[in-house]
Design a protein around this ligand. Structure first.
Ligand SMILES: [Zn+2]
Ligand SMILES: [Zn+2]
Length: 440
């Protein structure tokens, strides 16, 4: 069946606006909006109807079908010319006239967008059930093979109108925000995508957890034990970095994503640990990262330091989470419960280089981690004597190795360990992460 025959069948069955008729043939022809497609088809049908005018029963004539069900002025004018006035102007069977009205939604969206900073957007459309079902049935009944959905029609129309007024571009992949609209209920809602700020942090002092640590006594409500702060530690890296960013973006919520984490009592030195701070529902998304860096570092002076800030995205968080791909260099001060010989220190160096450590999840984290056995590799260990019973160990190992347990042995759960090699008690005193070496 050719295009005109099919279009005639559709119009004989239902009133259809220019958009909805044209849309059934959307994949045919280039650089044409569906409205023009629909008009072109209706024009040709009108010409055909005009040719047949005197051979057809008026009531069922093609001209009358295009004039009424097509609401098409040219067909109407011809009938009027022959004093045959068609009265009815039924609403489009598929969109009920709403596609022509999409500017209403566009203006409503533009109102809501005022005061928000963004450069790209996308329009997502929801249709009432009955409308979506009707469209599906229609397409099946007329075997529409080159059509487009009503949803994309609406989304393109509304997007174009927003673009023409605001100058902001439509982005299908990573829009700054999404305009959700239901043109049949006049519903408009904005979904602002998060802002992500990535960088690296150094932690210069011990005693700061990575994430906000809620007081276990009062569950954050505030009690005597936590001096009414609701927190076990007054500072966290998440807050020291996140609060200035939350302020500048006027966002509602934040989430901290680190490439692994060090213990509360370990420092993080060297070039620092990669992180991404995510701000949900930001109102501002363009700001000077250099200034932000200064603000964070000023506020957190002596505690932490950030550098190399950049605008990140979701994919970077995914990569950060594969922190185990990184190798790390740690510095650990160890105390032995008796004096230790040079030979013994050399033995630690020898055994803990180029070796795989078998490690069962440490007892101290068992309450929040699954009890698993991991095999982690140590590339090299260097040992330096500090006193008769203290030494400094520099350990370059695969990410994910628990270093404190490498010293104590954790009652045999980590093997080999400094304690098991020397068969004496060894206590970790101070831990620093000296470097995180990216595995990419
Ligand atoms: Zn329509
Ligand atoms: Zn408390």
């Amino acid at each position: 069946m050719n295009i005109l025959e099919k279009a005639e069948q559709m119009l004989r069955a239902h009133p259809l606006c220019d958009y909805c008729l044209g849309r059934q043939f959307a994949l045919l022809g280039f650089g044409l909006e569906n409205k023009s497609r629909g008009k072109a088809i209706k024009s040709l049908l009108t010409m055909e109807g005009h040719r047949l005018l005197h051979n057809e029963e008026l009531a069922s004539s093609l001209l009358r079908v295009v004039a009424i069900n097509g609401s098409f002025d040219m067909a109407r004018d011809i009938l009027m010319h022959f004093s045959k006035f068609p009265q009815e102007k039924p609403a489009c069977f598929l969109c009920e006239g709403q596609v022509e009205n999409s500017a209403v939604i566009a203006y409503k969206a533009i109102e809501e967008l005022k005061g928000l900073e963004f450069s790209t957007f996308l329009v997502g459309v929801e249709l009432p059930h009955r409308i979506a079902e009707r469209e599906d049935e229609f397409k099946a009944r007329f075997n529409v093979t080159h059509g487009e959905s009503m949803k994309s029609q609406f989304s393109r129309n509304i997007g174009k109108q927003i673009y023409e007024i605001t100058g902001k571009e439509v982005d299908y992949r990573k829009p700054d925000l999404v305009v959700l609209a239901n043109p049949f209920t006049n519903f408009v809602q904005l979904q602002t995508n998060p802002v992500y700020v990535g960088g690296k942090y150094r932690k210069l002092v011990r005693g700061i957890p990575q994430s906000r640590w809620v007081c276990g006594e009062c569950n954050g409500k505030g009690c005597e034990i936590c001096s009414w702060t609701g927190k076990r530690y007054s500072d966290s890296i998440e807050e020291l970095i996140g609060i200035p960013i939350l302020k500048i973006t006027k966002g509602e919520e934040m989430a901290f994503h680190g490439s692994g984490r060090e213990d509360v009592d370990a420092r993080m030195l060297g070039f620092g640990r990669p992180f991404v701070l995510e701000v949900k529902k930001p109102k501002t998304r363009f700001f000077d990262l250099k200034k932000l860096e200064l603000t964070i570092n000023d506020n957190a002076k002596g505690k932490i330091e950030v550098h190399d800030l950049y605008f990140a995205n979701k994919n970077i968080i995914r990569r950060l989470k594969k922190a185990e791909a990184n190798s790390k260099i740690y510095r650990m001060i160890v105390m032995f419960d008796q004096s230790i010989s040079d030979e013994e220190l050399q033995k630690i160096e020898r055994v803990l280089s180029d070796v795989t450590i078998r490690q069962q999840t440490p007892q101290r984290v068992l309450h929040r981690r699954a009890d698993l056995r991991r095999d982690k590799y140590i590339y090299k260990t260097k040992v330096k004597r500090l006193s008769y019973n203290q030494a400094e160990l520099q350990i370059h190992c695969q990410g994910g190795l628990y270093i404190k347990e490498l010293i104590t042995g954790d009652k045999g759960r980590t093997n080999p360990s400094v304690a098991s090699i020397l068969r004496i008690k060894a206590t970790p005193l101070q831990l620093d992460v000296l470097e995180i070496i990216s595995g990419e």
